[in-house]
Design a protein around this ligand. Structure first.
Ligand code: G3H
Length: 531
């Protein structure tokens, strides 16, 4: 399979961008040390006529000292909770965020182009990622106003007045994934800082250059030290930061092994709060009476949107034995009809951004085939330099690697079941528990099944693929799939803690409180109502 020879339309052509800046203490500093090259797996023809991965630019490969400088900056800005940012009026913090989002919007085209080149996301999904992130920021601003309004009052119980609000936790280390390098990272960073925390943010391994156009917007929108952005490898940046014990929150979307390794670096486990979105092995369960047309459509999007590189992707399909042959025939045909192309051609299938991924997917296929599975679709496993065409594997069993691993790529294991307890048992014994897709119609079957599934995962998708959105809904998981809950509303809670002022109902105290409310000397004790 050859997909490499192509002309890039002028509007999508890219000139290598040698980016040297990082943001620390409110200053855009120039990195004078080593840099690393950023390549796209999309191949273009060079001056010598060779087709090679495309050089997109360079980014700083920063050392531990610079990471610790960023930590110092965040820690100073937080200043034990006495900093300008954590004590600022909520309305002023919101103004900073509004300024940021307006500035961010000006970089839509640049960021979208880099999303297409760096992580090979197709054009419409790249625009969707940008726009969804902007919406998320606006929704977060509204959600915080609402939360703040609820706190703009006094309660009285047992003769004690209480003014209860949510306060920041401290210094946050924020690490996002390559599949949503803008959206998922900002869904951590934005609620973290809006609640009054300060942050150090290191972009993911892929999808790094696209953060560059936004550095200045961060610098101009927030007080010094609130957001610090550094580039480089996890072991040189994240590990030394964690080892200091200064981090109050580890916010990470990625693999549980990274989350565990970083927690282990922190000397004070109980100080460290965790906000983690981790891997999953979301199953689809197809009941005998499922509407196959809709089921196949949803299973295609569930397994193969962005080539299956989504934590919410369907990673295994359990199909009732009475319909499995029909399902396999129609599903395999639908997979082979999917079109591969370049991101700007807006095809459903696009190259894989990780250079080693096609080989990894091939290994999964070979292992399954060696143990008795067949590749059901004609194009399954066809290989090019940056792609392995989606392979439908059947029958899959527990001896195969693809049965256990989160493949995060274009290979779809199918398992036939006879008794519904078979998939339920697999889910119960799995280390993961994010979501499930349930396809069927008979409420006498579906009703009790939902009761069981809701206790095994955190979202049961009825006759539809698994997904995170809409972002106002809770996004979480059981077991090794998540720690904490994210959503526009829940993220504000995850990055804060309830804290309050209590005062006995005496004339002496009441007079102090009333006078404080009138004088506006406290930004915490206030009944100001944000509209
Ligand atoms: O990678 C995991 C993402 O949170 C999935 O989000 O379901 O909107 O693609 P999505």
């Amino acid at each position: 399979m050859k997909h490499t020879s192509m002309q890039v339309p002028e509007e999508f052509q890219i000139t290598p961008y040698h980016f040297k800046q990082y943001l620390v203490d409110g200053k855009l500093k120039t990195w004078e040390g080593a840099t690393s090259e950023v390549y796209s797996t999309i191949r273009t023809v060079n001056a010598e006529g060779e087709q090679l991965p495309t050089l997109l630019g360079t980014i700083p490969d920063m050392e531990s000292e610079a990471a610790l400088e960023a930590l110092e900056s965040a820690n100073t800005a937080y200043n034990r909770g006495q900093g300008k940012w954590p004590t600022m009026k909520v309305s002023e913090r919101l103004k900073c965020m509004e300024t940021f989002v307006e500035k961010m919007k000006q970089h839509r085209e640049a960021v979208v182009k880099l999303l297409m080149w760096e992580i090979c996301k197709n054009k419409s999904d790249s625009y969707k990622e940008f726009d969804r992130t902007v919406d998320y920021i606006y929704d977060t601003i509204e959600a915080y106003k609402n939360l703040d309004r609820k706190g703009a009052k006094f309660d009285k119980q047992g003769g004690i007045h209480a003014h209860i609000r949510r306060g920041p936790l401290g210094v946050v280390l924020c690490l996002g994934p390559y599949n949503y390098p803008l959206n998922e990272t900002f869904c951590l960073l934005v609620p973290a800082i809006i609640m009054g925390n300060t942050a150090i943010f290191k972009p993911a391994k892929h999808g790094v250059l696209l953060i560059a156009p936004l550095l200045q917007a961060f610098q101009e929108s927030f007080p010094p030290g609130v957001v610090n952005i550094v580039f480089g490898r996890g072991r040189k940046i994240a590990s030394p930061i964690m080892q200091t014990g200064v981090i109050d929150v580890l916010a990470l979307i990625g693999h549980s092994s990274s989350a565990v390794a970083l927690q282990d670096e922190h000397p004070n486990k109980n100080r460290l709060r965790l906000v983690l979105g981790l891997e999953a092995k979301n199953p689809a369960i197809v009941l005998p009476d499922a509407d196959l047309e809709n089921t196949i459509k949803e299973c295609i999007s569930g397994t193969l949107s962005f080539n299956g590189q989504r934590c919410t992707a369907l990673k295994v399909l359990f199909v009732h034995e009475s319909i499995v042959d029909e399902f396999n025939r129609r599903f395999s045909k639908a997979v082979d009809e999917l079109v591969f192309g370049m991101p700007w051609e807006d095809t459903f299938l696009t190259p894989l951004p990780e250079p080693g991924k096609p080989a990894y997917i091939q290994d999964l296929i070979k292992d399954a085939v060696a143990k008795g599975a067949k590749i059901l679709n004609k194009k399954g496993g066809q290989l090019s330099e940056n792609y392995s065409f989606p392979a439908v594997l059947y029958p899959v069993n527990e001896t195969m690697d693809v049965y256990h691993e989160e493949q995060f790529g274009p290979v779809i294991p199918i398992i036939a079941y006879k008794d519904i307890n078979e998939p339920l048992e697999v889910m119960a014994t799995s280390n993961y528990g994010q979501q499930v897709s349930l396809f069927g119609r008979d409420v006498r079957k579906i009703g009790p099944l939902i009761d069981a599934l809701a206790n095994l995962v955190c979202r049961v998708n009825l006759n539809s693929a698994c997904q995170r959105g809409p972002d106002v809904y809770p996004f979480t998981g059981r077991k090794n799939s998540a720690v904490g809950t994210l959503s526009v509303y829940d993220a504000l809670r995850s990055f804060s803690i309830r804290t309050f002022v209590a005062s006995k109902d005496t004339p002496y105290n009441n007079e102090i409180l009333e006078s404080m409310l009138h004088s506006k000397d406290s930004n915490f004790v206030t009944t100001e109502y944000l509209l």
